[in-house]
Design a protein around this ligand. Structure first.
Ligand code: 5GP
Ligand code: ZN
Length: 113
């Protein structure tokens, strides 16, 4: 059963209460563009269940996250990119709803033109 938290920004994005640029949505997972992108195409992939940290998230909400990251990376034709997932303030987590970052790392030649 998906759990949501009324005060959570990402739960509001999943419910459409806060607008986002949605990339793809499945039964358990939602992905959208990051509002403060570190590079063009910076995406977030989040479970449709509120859990602050990875170890608190039921496994069934994890199974689609990395396959979706793969699909986005493939669709964008990425060659170089980071998948990042922060847990806790000391580890630079700002939004307390589990999320994976997909951060493209463009090559200098990609930036030309
Ligand atoms: P963290 O530091 O928690 O791993 O990353 C949180 C990410 O969420 C940041 O990259 C930040 O730009 C993004 N973010 C925060 N609020 C919003 C929002 O309202 N909409 C979108 N699309 N991204 C957000
Ligand atoms: Zn949430």
């Amino acid at each position: 059963m998906a759990k949501s938290l009324a005060s959570c920004i990402f739960c509001k994005i999943i419910k459409g209460e806060i607008p986002s640029f949605k990339i793809v949505e499945t039964e358990t997972t939602f992905s959208f563009l990051d509002i403060g992108p570190l590079s063009k195409g910076h995406a977030l992939i989040i479970p449709k269940h509120h859990a602050e940290k990875l170890h608190e998230l039921p496994d069934e909400y994890l199974t689609e996250a990395l396959p979706i990251a793969k699909k986005i990376a493939t669709a964008l034709g990425l060659k170089d990119y980071n998948i990042l997932q922060n847990n806790g303030r000391i580890a630079h987590q700002e939004v307390d709803h589990v999320h994976f970052h997909l951060i493209p790392k463009p090559r200098a030649s990609d930036e030309e033109g």
